[in-house]
Design a binder for this molecule. Structure first.
Ligand SMILES: C[S@@+](CC[C@H](N)C(=O)[O-])C[C@H]1O[C@@H](n2cnc3c(N)ncnc32)[C@H](O)[C@@H]1O
Length: 184
């Protein structure tokens, strides 16, 4: 791991110790991330704990039954659960994250779904075959990468020719002296 990803892993592991740190939890129970709270209830009252997303990418993606979805930086796994419902039992959902603590929560939450696979890996170097994925989603992760070009190169490599990508993320401008941040 680089110093950059070491620091990110340390910070997110720290944040997991303090549930109040969760962006989704702090912002009126998922309103900020624009999740439909009624839909989330079926996953349990604590499902937004450990969520750090800035949107709800799957509510915009026309994911179909039987497709394969990859979530880059899946964190504690909320979007994996939503994705598995969309792809059904014949589809496949893959979560990738560098943080073992996040992956442990995701593993516990998704244990009953046999079509979810988790990898501890960098999104800049994905352990996935080329041209194998229908949808790449990501929720507030690519902004953290020190090599965004590598991430987009990997997305282009793993997507099937007609594959699609849908990400929620943030962009910042004028970081030195008054930053402007937009949530996409
Ligand atoms: C803002 S959180 C979002 C987590 C999740 N998508 C959600 O909606 O709650 C960022 C996540 O990306 C992971 N991450 C950050 N940089 C990464 C990288 N280069 N490769 C893989 N995962 C990364 C972190 O470990 C963390 O779990």
């Amino acid at each position: 791991m680089s110093k950059h990803t070491d620091k990110i892993t340390t910070e997110y592991s720290k944040a997991l110790q303090d549930k109040t740190n969760s962006i989704v939890k702090n912002t009126a129970k998922a309103k900020f991330a624009q999740y439909d709270s009624n839909n989330l209830n079926k996953y349990g009252a604590d499902i937004t704990d450990y969520s750090f997303g800035c949107g709800d990418p799957l509510s915009f993606a026309q994911v179909e039954k039987g497709q394969t979805v990859v979530d880059l930086g899946c964190g504690a796994g909320l979007d994996l659960l939503i994705a598995t419902e969309k792809v059904g039992t014949l589809g496949h959902v893959i979560g990738v994250d560098i943080n073992p603590d996040m992956l442990e929560i995701a593993r516990n939450r998704t244990a009953q779904y046999h079509n979810i696979t988790l990898y501890q890996a960098h999104i800049e170097s994905l352990p996935l075959p080329s041209s194998s994925i229908d949808w790449v989603i990501s929720n507030c992760v690519i902004n953290l990468s020190a090599s965004k070009q590598s991430v987009f190169d990997e997305i282009a490599r793993i997507l099937k020719p007609d594959g699609q990508m849908l990400v929620s993320d943030m962009v910042a401008e004028q970081l030195h002296g008054g930053s402007n941040i937009a949530v996409l």
